[in-house]
Write a protein that binds this ligand. Structure first.
Ligand SMILES: [Zn+2]
Ligand SMILES: [Zn+2]
Length: 103
C-alpha cells in the first residue's frame, strides 16, 4: 500500500542521506518533522527511478553537465519530469485496479 504522503512524495520510499530518515518516514530536523522532504532525497529518488534523457546518465548515476562535471546536488529538469510522470502513471495504474471501476 502506498500511503498518502508517499503518493505525494515518492522519495519517502528511500532512506534520506541528509537527516537519515528511514524509508517511509518524513524528514526531520532538530525542531521536528519537515513539511517537505529534503531536496537531495528527491534527487536520489529521481536518480534511482529514471535515466536521464538530457545527459544520458543511467539509472542510479549522477547527471553530468555539458562541461563534464558530475551534478552531485542536482539532476536535469527533464529527468525530474520523467520521474514524476512515471510516478503519476503508476498511481493511475494502481487506482484502475479498483474492481468497482471495471466495466
Ligand atoms: Zn531528510
Ligand atoms: Zn542529466
Amino acid at each position: 500500500m502506498t500511503s498518502r504522503a508517499e503518493a505525494r512524495h515518492p522519495e519517502l520510499t528511500r532512506r534520506c542521506r541528509w537527516c537519515r530518515a528511514a524509508p517511509g518516514a518524513m524528514c526531520t530536523n532538530k525542531r521536528g518533522f519537515l513539511d517537505e522532504p529534503h531536496g537531495g532525497r528527491r534527487d536520489d529518488w529521481i536518480r534511482a527511478t529514471t535515466d536521464c534523457a538530457s545527459c544520458s546518465a543511467a539509472t542510479n548515476e549522477l547527471c553530468i553537465t555539458e562541461a563534464g562535471h558530475l551534478m552531485e546536488d542536482h539532476v536535469h529538469a527533464e529527468r525530474a519530469q520523467a520521474a514524476d510522470a512515471m510516478h503519476a502513471t503508476s498511481l493511475e495504474d494502481s487506482s484502475q485496479d479498483v474492481p468497482e471501476r471495471r466495466r
